[in-house]
Ligand binder design. Structure first.
Ligand SMILES: Cc1ncc(COP(=O)(O)O)c(C=O)c1O
Length: 408
């Protein structure tokens, strides 16, 4: 496919008119189809980034396009003064296929987590006492950028510099049960964690750790919140990652792949916990928007199928085989991390802190990848990427690695 378009707007416009909180690549993508993207000059890229685990079905998946087109001719928005069919249909799907009885829709991962944290505090205050407010979180975790979620996240580089933070949040090392035991008490309202830490470097929770945290939460009447914004919706090979561990949270958050590229997020919980909420106590204008939920239903039905979920292990294996081929030649990776198609390649010592260089060089060779921290490369492609695209993209990436290694 060739795309040549008169580019009236150029990349340097970004540096003039946008708030400088991002440093985007030098090209501007203008079209995507499946796992391929084209820029303003018609150059084609293979997409291993998947919009940071959002485009779980690639770009412009026909079923998602159809759902959006059909809904766009019916009803765009009614607010939460009214409900709507797509919202109820998506909520019903989430209830039918998870531990949850109740769903709250929002627009981003941060908002779903904000709702989860507020719910946990409210539940503890209503059911126990006003001093049960402590939230336990983990170093290297990431939960979003609102002041509450960024303060709960375990990375000071994101949360410092914005004035007083919400109080009563403690951070302990991930996968360290003793550390949780040392801080959990009757004043704890919640423990929040990502079963696979995404931004923090693709560290998987150990089964013993999750089981131990679940037990401690039960002992101290604290709610267990799983943030599956990045690792959920099929990314690791099951609809949600908790289903592989067999450890059931009290609250779960989902976003990113939930809308396959259309902004939507959800907070899932049980009837008992939801019982403390009532009209007016929390909300958002766009939560449960019909367009978002119609696309969400279409994405859910494709992702939650044996055809998609059962292929993820083999695709991960193929990715790792290809990475290992590159590694045998250039010795750039020391470890593969993550689960399913939330895949990390830890850079070996000489390349520590150079993840960004790998990303930039990869785009020169027309393949889009991500980093997770400064020393881990992250691959979050479409869950339905073809084997040919994996092999072709990795051949391009191999050339990028060769250039980078030789220009040391
Ligand atoms: C685990 C996790 N939680 C929350 C968020 C925040 O989501 P959003 O950027 O949609 O607010 C992210 C985003 O990367 C994430 O990876």
């Amino acid at each position: 496919m060739t795309i040549k378009q008169q580019a009236s707007i150029k990349r340097d416009c970004f540096d003039k008119v946008m708030l400088p909180v991002y440093a985007p690549a030098q090209f501007i993508p203008v079209k995507g189809l499946g796992s391929r993207v084209w820029d303003q000059n018609g150059e084609e890229y293979i997409d291993f980034a998947g919009g940071i685990a959002v485009n779980a079905l690639g770009h412009c998946h026909p079923k998602l396009v159809k759902a959006l087109q059909e809904q766009s001719e019916k009803l765009w928005h009614v607010s939460n003064v009214f409900t709507n069919e797509p919202a109820l249909q998506l909520a019903q799907r989430l209830v039918d296929h998870t531990f949850a009885d109740r769903i709250f829709f929002a627009n981003s991962g941060a908002e779903a987590n904000e709702a989860a944290l507020k719910l946990a505090r409210h539940y503890a205050i209503k059911k126990f006492n006003p001093y049960k407010t402590k939230i336990i979180s983990f170093t290297h975790s990431f939960h979003g950028r609102t002041l509450f979620t960024v303060s709960v996240g375990g990375q000071a580089k994101y949360s410092d510099g914005f004035g007083p933070k919400p109080a009563d949040i403690v951070h302990v090392p991930f996968n360290n049960l003793d550390a949780v035991k040392a801080v959990i008490d009757d004043h704890t309202c919640a423990v929040i964690l990502e079963p696979v830490q995404g931004e923090g470097g693709l560290t998987c929770a150990t089964p013993e750790f999750l089981a131990g945290v679940r037990q401690l939460c039960d002992e101290f009447n604290a709610l267990l919140i799983f943030d599956e914004v990045q690792c959920g919706m099929g990314r690791t090979g099951t609809l949600f990652t908790y289903q592989q561990y067999g450890i059931i949270p009290d609250i779960l958050t989902s976003a990113k792949a939930l809308g396959g590229g259309f902004p939507i997020s959800a907070m899932l919980t049980t009837d008992t916990i939801a019982s403390v909420m009532y009209p007016g106590v929390h909300g958002t204008t766009y939560g449960g928007n019909p367009l978002a939920c119609a696309v969400g239903c279409a994405a859910f039905d494709v992702i939650n199928s044996d055809a998609v979920l059962s292929a993820i292990t083999a695709k991960r294996k193929l990715f790792i085989e290809q990475l290992e081929k590159i590694n045998q030649q250039f010795s750039v990776f020391s470890q593969y991390r993550g689960k399913g198609l939330l895949l990390g390649a830890q850079l070996s010592e000489p390349y520590h802190d150079r993840a960004r260089d790998f990303l930039n060089t990869a785009t020169e060779f027309k393949v889009m990848i991500l980093n997770a921290g400064t020393s881990v490369l992250r691959f979050t492609p479409s869950l339905v990427i073809s084997d040919e695209e994996i092999i072709q993209g990795m051949a391009r990436f191999a050339k990028a690695v060769e250039k980078l290694v030789n220009s040391k």
